[in-house]
Structures are given as C-alpha cells and as structure tokens.
Design a protein. Structure first.
Lengths: 485, 324
C-alpha cells in the first residue's frame, strides 16, 4: 500500500479519519476536482486567506444576511458563519444526486396523493396504516381534497450525507418549509468576489437562476386557463428567524411579500389588501407551518395565518406550495419506508440510499437498539434542527438511561440509526486548514417537471469532531460548486 | 402596493417628524426657561405637554430643577411615555424595518444609525447637561433622512405616503402649538407669562423653525396677527399649515393615478376644501373670531382627511374594494 504523503504549510495539521474526505484520497492526494483549488490555497499566505475571510464576513453583514437569534433582545441579528473553502462536486457525482432526488420527490408526491385518497399503499400493507395515521403532521382534513396537478411537494430541501465509501445517502427529506436557499445564493455571490480567479479556471454551473426556477415552478401550479397568476410569498413576519430569506426570495422573484394580516378570504377566495383595493391571490408560496396557516381548522391561537384560507384551498380557489399535510413524509419512522415507497410507485431501485434505520415498534429492532445505545444515534421522529437527539458515543450514562425510558414509554416516537461518519471537507479555521464534517442540502423544485439547480447548501459542523451542522447549534456553511466538465 | 406597506411608510415618516418636532420644541423651551423668572415654570411646562397632546407627569412637591430633569427625561427617553423622542424614533425604525424592501438601503441605514446614536446617548450625555447636542442630533438626523429619501427613493406611490405622513404630523403639530399658545394667553389673562410677550411669540415662531423666515417677511416686529398669519396662511413656508395642507392635497392627487378609489373621495374633497379655506381666509377675520375655535376646526378636518384616506386605502371594508 502506498504511504500517505504528509501535507505541508496551511495543511500541516490536516489529519484524516475513517470518514470520507471530500478533498483528499487516502494517500492524501487532492482529488481531481480539487487539484487546482489545493494548489491555489497552498500558494496563499495565512494573512491573505484571513483577509479574504474578513472580506466575506463583512460582505454578509453589510448585505444584512443575518438570522434572528431567539431568546435574546429584539434586534439581535447574527451572520451565519461562513467558510471560504468551497466544496466541489464533479459532474458525475452531481448527475447521480440529481437523478436520485428527482426519483425521490416524484415517488413521495405519488405517496402523498395516495395516502390522502385511495390509500392503496396502506391497503397493500407496504406502509403500516397506523404509522401514517400517527404521524404528527398527518392532516385528516386533507383526506379527499383535490390538490392541483396532484402536486403536494413543490419545494423540498433534501439533506444528503456522504458515507465512508463515498456514496451519498439521504438523511432527511424536509418536505414542509425548508429554508437556507438564500445562503446558497449569497454564498456564491460572496465567493465570486473573494476568489474571482478560481472562477475563471473552474467551469462552475450556476445556481443564480434558482429564484427564476422557483417562480416558474409556482406559476406552473396555477391553472393553465389562468395566465399571469398572482403569486405571493407568505411570511410569518419580521420576527421569524428566516425573514431575511423571505424578503430576499420575494425580491428576487419580483412577487409581493405578504403577512397573514395582508390577506383575507371573501366568498372562499383569497385577496390581498392593496392601496388600490383587493387583489385576487392565486398561488401562495407559504413559509408558515401548517399549524399556523388558518386559525379555523388548525391552531386557533395563531395570529400569523388567514382565517378561511383552508376552505378556499379546499375549494380549489387558491394554491398552496407546499400543500398542507406533506409533513407525514418527514416523520423519521416513515422515512425508513421511502425505499419501499419508491419501489411501490415507480418499480425502481432507489438511486440514493437511505441511512439504515431501526424502527423501535418492532420488538427485535428495539431490543437491539436498547442493548447498543452507546453506539447508535436516537432521534425523536418529529423533531428537527438537531433537537431531541441522543448521540450514543458522545452520551453520558444518565442520558442513555433517560432515552431508554423514553423509548420504552413511546417506541413510536423514536428511531435509531448507526452513528454516521459524515464526510469531511477542508475548512479555514484558526489560521489553519482543517477537516470538518459536512452535509449537503440541494433544493428540489417540482412543478410540471423536476428542477434542481446544480449545487445546494453545504453545512459545516465548525466544532472539531462535531456531527451537528444545524445553524441553531453552531453550524456554518460554505459554497458548493458543481463542475460542468 | 400592499396596504400594510403604505401604512408602515406613512407612520415611519410621521413618527420621525414627531421626534424632530418634539426635539425642536424642547430645545426652544429649555432655552426660554433660562431667561425667565421661576414663577410660571409649571404653566409653561404644561403648555409644552399640551401642545404635544400628552398629560404632564407632575409631582407637585418636587423642586424645580428636579422637576425639569424628570420632564426632560420623560420627553426624551421614556419608552412608556407616548411621544418621547426615543420612542418616536424607535417606532419609525420599527415601521421601516417591516418594509425594508420598499425603502432604499440609504434610508434604512440613516434611520438605523439615528436610532443607535440616540440609544447610546440615553442617560449618558443628558446627565452631563448636553441636551442641546442631543436635540441637534435628532434634528439633523431627521433632516438627513428626508434628504436621503428624496434623493434615493423613487417618487412613487410609497414616496407619496411618506409625504402624507410627514405633512399630517407637521400640520397637526403646528395647529396644536398655536392652540396651546392662545390657550395659555387666555388662561392667565393680563399676566405676563414669565417673560415678555414679545419673547413668547419669538419662541413660538422658533418652535416651527419660522423665526428667520418671519423676519424676512415682516421684519423683527412681531404682532399676534402677523405671526399667526405666517404660521397658518403663508403659502410658501414649509411649516405653515397652508403649505402642509397643499402638500397633502397634491400627494393625494398624485395617488389617484394608481388608486382610482381616491378619485373624488372624501379625503380629496375635505383636503381641497380646507386648502381653499386657508387660501382665501383673511387673518383679520380669523383674529376677530374665536381663533381657538378656528384652529380646532382645522385639526378636526385634518383628522377627517387622515381617516378618509385610511378608510379608502388601508382599512377599507371588503365589499367596497372587490376587484370588478
């Protein structure tokens, strides 16, 4: 076996682990897509890289690309930490991801259509009926409701991780209101300013047309007899942590940014209040969760929503993207059935694999999990953002005891997965280039066709050894390049 | 344009105008206090509060200097105090924040900067007696914002709502100031209110940035009729009531292109009529009648214009506004 060549300079402290490394082979050679980047960085001094990092940070601050931190005084806005070393995917790698995502979103849409209508997949026993009905985000109100074009999920942000063998696997589907796409777009803008020469060398596929593709997708949802539909973006308002993204997307698409109080329902039709009178609204890209959309059928204490919206929706007078009730497919126990769902509706093998998942309602799997809590990751089925998790190898005996009790009390509420070794990518931290764990969230659009802009949001666990990439828990992000050749 | 956005632009502008007006008024008032006998301090403070539409938080036992500090602090910083300068600026900023996509970055940055500077100055500088520096910052900040707005924002629908906010606030403030002035004179009839009547009129004019402009028109000889006429009926002075109403009517007129419902609306009718009244009434007639009644009448009609506009563009009943 060839001996690994030790790296020098900025990379001197770059060590490898069992995880797949995005930049280096086991012999510590730069992989083909990274070769030019590697050389370029080696020729830069710490001072030059630091100066570029500062330029990037300042650029985010000045553009007001911030998120609101909860639990602090009003006006606490922070920038999302940004790493200046891009993550690079070859064309072949991307092609596979793209086909896999398209397959997945088509199958999940067929599944949602079926579950809210004929329930064939439940009758055939492929997915347990009880599992679906007990999903936190299952909406009985949607039973039999006709959704235009049977398009339930038009926007998804599917989280991928790369396993030690280099293959991508799906970690979460995020079919409700995925966020972060504005970071993908702004990361690219900032990157162009700080590394213009690298862009000249690499042929990087653009992501800048995402807002245009999103608008086209939303317009395609409207009835074809209705040219020039009025599309709006519904935001919870200025205090929402993703408010910047809402304003950014609305501006980039050139559509009104509305709040619940701007909309009203009259005769089962949705209007927005403009100075020149009421204006009919046809398509709502909503960035509000199901629970808060309409206080009449859902949470009555919600002041964010629009009373009567659900009835107008059920009557087919307005289109919501995404549809109501798509969150069933986000349930982590249901996630385990997605390969079976793909097989059932498309008669295809999944192109992107799932992460092995133990369902704790099954006795054998539960006893295996309870015996191995220190090696596995346990997740609550309806939590996201890195909350409600037990990471076995990093846990204390007390935490394991607590999760054991929780699992035994409510086996439906939890799943377990092996502790994944997410792939590592080089990051510039503390004047050195060091490996950190990353994931990848591409954004999938589905109107008449599936559209996926080549790239996505690469999230980074900035703390050494950490596997948690969520922005609420100390994660950062970096630009993601998909090469054209 | 969304009604909510128009409303926020309107109030952003109104609150900022209010902050500037309060700063100017306090500045003149504190200067005036330095030159006079202590006898009528309370009465003069009452007049200031009256002209700002708020009740004076009064502690009858307090020593004059303590009372002054309390009142100045209330009008500058007290967040619970309706119309304090900091509160007004904070509300203007809050409104701007909700419509950041509809104003230029320069406008947002200017307003945000003003807010941050004011917050820093809170407590610190005033205790050192630097109230005048504070007032100057507020006035400069507000003027800069207006200049930036005119220079960087499209003069579109939103801009007209910004104009409406500014001039409604200004007209109501000037009218109210005049009212309080005449009310003060009536209440302590025959008594010279701590200072010479001449200085009272000078302060009144200064409170509306009108003293220099007045002198250019009438010389430094001030008589009640001329001063009242200048503040009420002058066609070109930007703080006169007539000028303000003219600006409001023009803004409403310009909006009819995009808001057909405004055409022939109650708002335009009342505004046009009030403008004509101010254009053709003579000061001698006004002074012979009950001046305070005349001023109250203008306030009522201004409020009517605001409400009519609000009911047409912002909070209209659903049935009236359905698309045809």
């Amino acid at each position: 076996m060839e001996v690994a060549t030790p790296l020098e300079g900025l990379f001197a402290s770059y060590g490898t682990s069992t995880a797949y490394d995005e930049m280096f082979t086991d012999q510590m050679h730069a992989r083909a897509p990274y070769r030019t980047l590697f050389e370029r960085i080696q020729n830069l001094s710490v001072a030059e890289l630091t100066q570029r990092q500062q330029a990037a940070d300042l650029s985010f601050l000045h553009r007001g690309i911030t998120f609101t931190v909860y639990g602090h005084d009003e006006g606490t806005e922070k920038i999302f930490p940004y790493d200046i070393v891009p993550r690079i995917l070859s064309r072949a790698e991307w092609d596979r991801i793209e086909r896999g995502l398209a397959q997945r979103i088509v199958a999940l849409n067929l599944f949602l259509r079926d579950v809210y209508h004929e329930e064939r997949i439940l009758n055939d026993g492929v997915v347990p009926r009880r599992l679906v009905y007990s999903c936190k985000h299952y909406r009985r109100e949607m039973q039999g409701v006709r959704v235009p074009h049977d398009n339930y999920v038009s926007i998804a942000g599917i989280d991928l991780v790369r396993l030690p063998d280099g293959a991508f696997a799906v970690l979460e589907d995020n079919l409700r209101v995925p966020s972060g796409v504005s970071y993908m777009l702004n990361n690219r803008q900032v990157m162009r300013n700080i590394f213009p020469r690298l862009f000249q060398h690499y042929h990087i596929r653009t992501v800048d047309d995402y807002p245009k593709e999103l608008l086209t997708t939303l317009q395609e949802l409207a009835s074809p007899q209705h040219p020039g539909p009025m599309v709006v973006l519904l935001t919870p308002g200025v205090y929402n942590s993703a408010y910047f993204e809402h304003t950014f997307l609305a501006r980039q698409m050139g559509i009104p940014l509305v709040e619940g109080r701007d909309l009203l329902v009259h005769n089962n039709k949705v209007y927005m209040r403009t100075t020149a009178g009421l204006r009919r609204v046809d398509v709502i890209y909503r960035r509000i969760d199901d629970d808060y959309l309409d206080p009449i059928p859902f949470r009555s204490d919600s002041a964010l929503g629009v009373p009567g919206l659900f009835n107008a929706y059920r009557d087919g007078n307005v289109i919501l993207a995404n549809a109501i009730g798509t969150g069933i497919a986000d349930d982590k126990a249901l996630y385990a059935y997605v390969p079976a769902i793909i097989k059932y509706y498309l008669d295809e093998t999944p192109i992107l694999q799932n992460v092995p998942t133990y369902l704790l309602e099954k006795d054998a799997e539960r006893s295996h999990v309870l015996a191995n809590l220190d090696k596995l990751v346990v997740k609550a089925v309806d939590e996201s953002g890195g909350y409600g998790m037990l990471i076995g190898p990093h846990s204390t005996a007390a935490q394991r005891k607590e999760f054991r009790q929780r699992i035994e009390a409510n086996p439906r509420g939890y799943i377990a997965q092996p502790t994944l070794s997410l792939s590592c990518a080089p990051c510039f931290i503390g004047e050195k280039i060091v490996p950190r764990h990353v994931d990848l969230r591409p954004y999938v659009l589905y109107g008449k066709d599936v559209r996926i802009v080549p790239g996505g949001l690469t999230r980074v666990a900035l703390t050494k050894g950490s596997l948690v990439v969520n922005s609420s828990q100390g994660g950062g992000s970096k630009d993601t390049w998909v090469l054209d050749d | 344009m969304l009604s909510r956005v128009a409303d926020s632009l309107y109030w952003m502008s109104r609150y900022l105008e209010r902050a500037e007006h309060t700063a100017r008024l306090l500045n003149v008032h504190l200067h005036g206090l330095l030159d006079q006998k202590a006898d009528y301090v309370t009465e003069r403070w009452e007049r200031v509060f009256q002209s700002l539409y708020v009740d004076m938080p009064l502690d009858p036992g307090a020593k004059p200097q303590v009372m002054i500090n309390t009142l100045v602090h209330a009008l500058m910083f007290d967040p619970s105090f309706h119309g304090s300068i900091l509160e007004s600026i904070s509300r203007a900023r809050q409104n701007a924040r909700e419509v950041r996509e509809h104003i230029s970055s320069e406008m947002w940055e200017q307003l945000n900067r003003l807010f941050l500077v004011m917050q820093q100055m809170k407590e610190h500088d005033i205790r050192n007696g630097n109230a005048y520096g504070f007032f100057q910052q507020v006035k400069d900040g507000a003027h800069l914002f207006q200049g930036v707005t005119d220079a960087t924002n499209s003069h579109d629908q939103g801009w007209y709502f910004i104009q409406l906010g500014r001039y409604f606030e200004r007209v109501l403030a000037t009218v109210r100031l005049l009212e309080a002035h005449f009310e003060g004179q009536r209440r302590i009839e025959g008594v010279v209110l701590g200072n010479t009547p001449y200085m009272e009129w000078v302060d009144l004019l200064k409170s509306c940035t009108a003293f220099e402009a007045y002198c250019r028109t009438y010389s430094a000889n001030i008589d009640p009729a001329s001063a009242t006429s200048f503040l009420l009926l002058h066609p070109e002075f930007p703080h006169s009531v007539r000028f303000g109403i003219g600006a409001i009517r023009r803004a409403l007129d310009s909006l009819t292109d995009e808001i057909p419902l405004l055409r022939g609306s109650e708002a335009l009718r009342v505004a046009g009529r009030l403008q004509a009244t101010l254009q053709y009434d003579s000061i001698s007639e006004i002074m012979q009648q009950n001046v305070q009644q005349y001023l109250r009448d203008i306030s009522i009609r201004c409020t009517a214009i605001h409400e009519a506009m609000h009911n047409t563009c912002i909070a209209y009943p659903v049935e009236h506004a359905l698309p045809s």
